[in-house]
Ligand binder design. Structure first.
Ligand code: DX5
Ligand code: ZN
Length: 220
């Protein structure tokens, strides 16, 4: 992974022109963030396995699949077979997160553990060095286009310190409200993989939107 990666979230894409929108970010980004919502864990329903299978045929981007679903253990194999490169599940939903991480890795994927803004950040500390990615939600999961939660910087910094203290290379990812005005604070706190929905897909020039985010994050 590069020092900083922007993962556009297709939740903010135009589903009528989904592949066009994916193609518009392919050259600038390695990861494509895919938000799966079940109407149970979150108050919204997005899309699922058939959509991932379909887009898998037309792009080589790495699929970073964010499962906002209850009982993620039931669906790991199906989301892996659909073409995910990473599966990230919520710590609040998994019965046995370590078992799930092991299963995801045994299928040849990278594993992520996501955490809700209201869950104490310490809840993910046991997965440092086990998960490849820890995804800190910086909005309430369920919808795009919300404002970045100000309390997140402190949570990310705490997590970064715990990762450094453990001598691990677990990547901190963030999801929600990532924009030119919020990304620097998040980058400085230690995050490196930034999910960005509206700030990328609501821009006419996606390539410029991605490059602007990187510039704003790394501005000294
Ligand atoms: C929210 C999703 C996010 C969402 C982010 O539940 O997990 O990935 O697409 O959208 P923005 O970047 O618009 O906040
Ligand atoms: Zn997401």
């Amino acid at each position: 992974m590069k020092d900083i990666e922007i993962a556009p979230s297709i939740l903010a894409a135009d589903f009528g022109y989904l592949m066009n929108d994916i193609k518009s970010v392919e050259n600038d980004c390695e990861y494509l963030h895919i938000d799966v919502m079940d109407g149970h864990y979150v108050n919204n329903i997005s899309f699922g396995i058939p959509v991932i299978q379909s887009i898998r045929k037309y792009t080589g981007m790495k699929f970073y699949t964010h499962l906002m679903i209850t009982e993620p253990e039931k669906y790991i194999k199906a989301f892996a077979d659909a073409g995910s490169d990473n599966i990230t599940f919520h710590v609040e939903c998994a019965k046995d997160p370590v078992k799930l991480i092991d299963e995801i890795k045994s299928l040849g994927l990278t594993a992520g553990v996501a955490i809700h803004p209201d869950t104490p950040i310490e809840k993910v500390f046991p997965y440092i060095g086990k998960a490849d990615i820890i995804l800190v939600m910086t909005v309430y999961p369920g919808f795009g286009g919300q404002g970045y939660l100000k309390s997140s910087g402190e949570r990310i910094a705490k997590l970064k310190k715990a990762i450094d203290d453990a001598g691990c290379d677990t990547v901190i990812s963030v999801d929600g409200g990532v924009s030119n005005s919020t990304i620097k604070e998040i980058y400085d706190a230690g995050a490196r993989l930034f999910v960005a929905g509206s700030s990328v897909f609501n821009s006419e020039d996606r390539s410029k939107a991605v490059q602007d985010l990187i510039k704003c994050a790394t501005l000294s």
